[in-house]
Design a protein around this ligand. Structure first.
Ligand SMILES: NC(=O)c1ccc[n+]([C@@H]2O[C@H](COP(=O)([O-])OP(=O)(O)OC[C@H]3O[C@@H](n4cnc5c(N)ncnc54)[C@H](O)[C@@H]3O)[C@@H](O)[C@H]2O)c1
Ligand SMILES: N[C@@H](CC=O)C(=O)O
Length: 560
């Protein structure tokens, strides 16, 4: 009887989940034009470029291939909009941002489907990203109404000093493909809440999520010109990027992407001394000490490393294992890796169907709570979101690793692997590309290699794919030196049961974010930023994220 009941439940869930999959309601958010001054527009040159589904190489649609003239026009509109937007009270801006965030949450399923379509990440992760992305808008709406200055005593009895924080103006933003929603909302949410207006150039691989966010911003009644998206192909990125980094009307450039591109944009932005926020590449150490709980460390690595098929700037890159624990860790890791399913991000099972239903229920509940008990409900959902995006990797029985973003990403993995083999590295798991469906996508097995030294490409370069490179070490001092032997410093992780060691190592790693017995360091609450060649400035966090978009002004008042 119990068996019959559970198979009926499974069948119902399966049918509900496949019905959800076959739904094409995301098309109502699919936009094939750029968004400037509240209008859907073509490129001045009338050209367009294709957006492909990385899972099967199929054409999704075409969007405008804009150039310098379009970027200049968008900046001019954003400048006009700035004069009105800065004049609104912080609470008025917050109310509009809250509406935008609510619409994003309400359309979570459609946004997630669009994201999986253009980026390839498993649907579970796309849902997690929509919620993560929305959290930044809510966070910054609240940050915006709490901006404060200082009142200081003067250097002489007749003087008083005040500080004011004022919006900078038009902000140019260049964003990557790996988090097509959250890297936009983390920047634009902060800038808009501060009273700035924005012109965004999204990555050429993933412009559709950016455009869908614009539609929802328009639905939320954000004023025309406050949020603009200029789309362009890779071959025009430098042209549009040059305008965003050199036009005197742009006061701030915010970029997330590779360190090489970041350096170029920094140099360009220096010509007009713009404020800059740079979130660049990482090479995160993931250290497992002998005292660590190995099962927790393996689970942590799986979550942090394979999120977005390993294409995340805070992904563990170099895995350092203390000699006594090394074999045990690798054996368990290889066991887990062998179970991971590579496939189309839309492939789900009834477990995820279950989650889809839960998330629809979440949408309904959210609507009900929105007037009565919003604050409390939001707090609860924040934790849920994190569990959900982690669950997408570690627990789901559907696709856990989607395709790589493009052919160049696959070639890079093959190069890193060839270098590892040539240097005597051993491939303990994976190591092959995978044919999925028509074979037009670029899929790769989760791969574990060991036996490498610090001369290997896996040690020196940001891997940005599902390849784990493990290295052994003997002492705490040795591993801190190894971990710090790189020019970037975004995130770092370690697992240890020794409290003293936890303090020491957290303090000694030259990175902007450290996970101690924890593999997820990103949230709207925590400052996000890197040291050294990983970037400049801080996104999110209490005060830090919004301050990036505010100018400090000192006012000296003479009382005499
Ligand atoms: N830190 C991150 O989150 C992140 C994100 C994406 C890529 N990466 C790293 O970069 C590597 C390559 O990926 P990628 O090619 O997408 O990164 P990229 O830095 O070249 O691209 C990121 C963004 O910058 C734009 N861009 C590129 N060249 C530009 C230019 N000259 N002027 C203005 N904009 C420009 C792109 O169009 C995209 O919007 C990856 O393998 C990875 O190591 C890091
Ligand atoms: N999206 C990542 C950062 C870049 O890849 C995060 O917020 O953790």
């Amino acid at each position: 009887m119990r068996l019959l009941l559970s198979s009926q439940i499974a069948r119902t869930l399966l049918s509900l989940s496949s019905r959800a999959m076959s739904s094409s309601s995301y098309k109502s958010l699919l936009r094939e034009k750029a968004f400037v001054n509240g209008q859907w527009v073509n490129a001045a040159n009338r050209e367009s470029f294709p957006v492909y589904n990385p899972a099967n190489g199929e054409l999704v649609c075409k969007v405008p291939d804009m150039g310098a003239a379009d970027a200049t026009a968008a900046i001019a509109h954003a400048q006009v909009a700035f004069e009105a937007w800065r004049g609104k009270t912080p609470s008025q801006r917050a109310a509009l941002l809250h509406s935008w965030e609510r619409l994003i949450q309400d359309r979570c399923e459609d946004l997630a489907a669009l994201m999986t379509l253009e980026n390839g990440k498993p649907l579970a992760e796309s849902r997690g990203e929509v919620a993560y992305g929305a959290s930044f808008i809510r966070w910054f709406a609240e940050e915006g109404i709490r901006v404060t200055g200082q009142t200081l005593q003067g250097p002489t009895p007749d003087k008083r000093i005040f500080t004011l924080k004022q919006p900078q103006g038009v902000c140019g933003m260049i964003t990557p493909w790996n988090f097509p929603a959250a890297m936009i909302t983390r920047k634009a949410g902060a800038a808009l809440a501060a009273g700035c207006t924005v012109v965004i150039k999204p990555a050429e691989d993933t412009p559709l999520t950016a455009l869908a966010l614009c539609q929802l911003a328009a639905d939320a009644l954000l004023p025309p010109g406050a949020l603009n998206v200029v789309t362009c192909s890779r071959s025009r990125a430098a042209e549009v990027g040059r305008v965003l980094t050199t036009d005197p009307a742009v006061k701030h450039v915010s970029f997330t992407g590779s360190t090489d591109t970041g350096k170029l944009l920094l140099a360009q932005a220096s010509s007009t001394v713009k404020r800059v926020t740079m979130e660049l590449g990482g090479n995160a150490p993931f250290i497992v000490f002998d005292s660590a709980d190995v099962d927790k460390a393996v689970a942590g690595l799986i979550q942090a490393k394979f999120r977005n098929t390993g294409q995340t700037c805070v992904c563990p890159n170099r895995i350092f294992l203390q000699r006594r624990v090394s074999q045990k860790f690798l054996a368990k890791l290889c066991e887990r890796v062998a179970e991971m399913k590579v496939g189309d991000g839309f492939e789900v099972c009834w477990l995820l169907g279950c989650w889809g239903i839960a998330s629809s229920a979440h949408g309904l509940m959210r609507k009900q709570f929105s007037t009565s008990n919003q604050g409390e409900f939001d707090k609860g959902s924040e934790g849920e979101l994190h569990k959900r995006s982690e669950g997408g990797i570690a627990q789901a029985a559907g696709t856990q690793l989607g395709p790589l973003i493009n052919a160049a990403a696959e070639s890079k993995l093959e190069r890193l692997l060839a270098d590892a083999k040539q240097r005597g590295g051993r491939v303990l798991a994976g190591g092959q590309s995978v044919k999925v469906g028509s074979g037009a996508g670029h899929f790769f097995q989760p791969t574990v290699v060991s036996g490498l030294g610090r001369d290997s490409a896996c040690f020196r370069e940001e891997i940005f794919g599902p390849l784990v490179a493990a290295f052994e070490f003997d002492s705490e001092a040795d591993v801190v030196e190894l971990a710090n032997d790189c020019r970037v410093g975004l995130a770092g992780y370690f697992y240890s049961a020794d409290v003293g060691q936890c303090w020491r190592v957290a303090e000694q790693l030259n990175v902007g974010m450290v996970g101690v017995n924890e593999s997820m360091v990103s949230s709207c609450i925590a400052p996000f930023g890197g040291w050294n060649e990983s970037g400049l400035g801080s996104e999110s966090g209490v005060g830090y994220g919004i301050e990036e978009y505010l100018n400090l002004k000192t006012v000296v008042l003479n009382l005499a």
